[in-house]
Ligand binder design. Structure first.
Ligand code: CA
Ligand code: CA
Ligand code: CA
Length: 249
């Protein structure tokens, strides 16, 4: 009788925790420092991607990143994704350097578009899956240009630098102003099942590289893998059943 109760208890426990589970498995990371150079997974339309190192400040010492980029389209392509997965997540730091003008549209200085797309990026930013703008001006100055981020261009109208994790820490200057910003971007749990994956990043309508540029750093990609928890726990649940039957003999 005791064994029977034990069996029922363990079976009940096994049943209770056979809820489908999933695990995040990191499949790629790159901080572009010496030990992790740009690999063939990175492509830049029109030229080879390269790294640059920030001038650095006491808050954020010199840091190597993929950039500086201008009106470029950059792609990250990963092959042979395994094990089988249901979603993919991407995170990275976006460096916005010098005099970005956000939604400003009075003359050719803006808007300054930045976007992301799964797959190759279309030429026209209006066709990008997500397109926004950034303004590196002073949020305390009332008529400095606003930005669309963290929303999409066309709907977002926020103070300059909304959503930054760092301001003027990279060490870049425009004119006599310290002018850079860091954003941490998370793309969480996008449905994805195939073996190949491409994310593209791009900017359009920026002024010269010395005026406005961007780069990315600390890239991480992970996939969400369903765990065979049910099978494992049913095996655990079967053990006391076998013991119980043996004991009855
Ligand atoms: Ca770095
Ligand atoms: Ca500008
Ligand atoms: Ca501009």
């Amino acid at each position: 009788m005791r064994q029977y109760i034990l069996f029922v208890l363990i079976l009940a426990l096994a049943t209770a925790i056979t809820i489908p589970a999933a695990a995040q498995v990191q499949i790629y990371s790159n901080d572009f420092e010496d030990s992790s150079p740009i690999g063939p997974e990175w492509t830049l339309l029109g030229s080879a991607p390269s790294t640059d190192t920030t001038p650095g400040t006491s808050q954020h010492p010199a840091d190597t990143f993929l950039g500086q980029l201008s009106n470029d389209t950059l792609s990250l392509t990963l092959h042979n994704l395994h094990p089988a997965h249901t979603t993919v997540s991407l995170s990275f730091d976006l460096y916005i350097i010098r005099s970005w003008d956000g939604n400003f549209s009075t003359d050719e200085r803006g808007p300054d578009f930045w976007g992301i797309d799964e797959g190759p990026i279309p030429t026209d930013p209006e066709d990008w899956e997500f397109v926004t703008t950034f303004s590196n001006w002073n949020p305390a100055v009332s008529n400095d240009p606003h930005q669309a981020f963290p929303d999409a261009y066309g709907t977002g109208d926020y103070l300059p630098r909304t959503g930054t994790i760092e301001n003027n820490t990279l060490g870049y200057q425009w004119n006599t102003y310290d002018m850079d910003a860091v954003y941490h971007i998370d793309v969480i749990d996008r449905p994805h099942t195939g073996a190949d994956l491409t994310f593209s990043f791009g900017a359009q309508h920026l002024q010269d590289l010395a005026d406005e540029s961007w780069g990315i750093d600390n890239v991480q990609v992970s996939i969400n893998v369903p765990e065979p928890a049910t099978i494992g726990l049913l095996v655990i649940g079967a053990v006391p059943l076998i013991l119980y039957r043996r004991n009855r003999r």
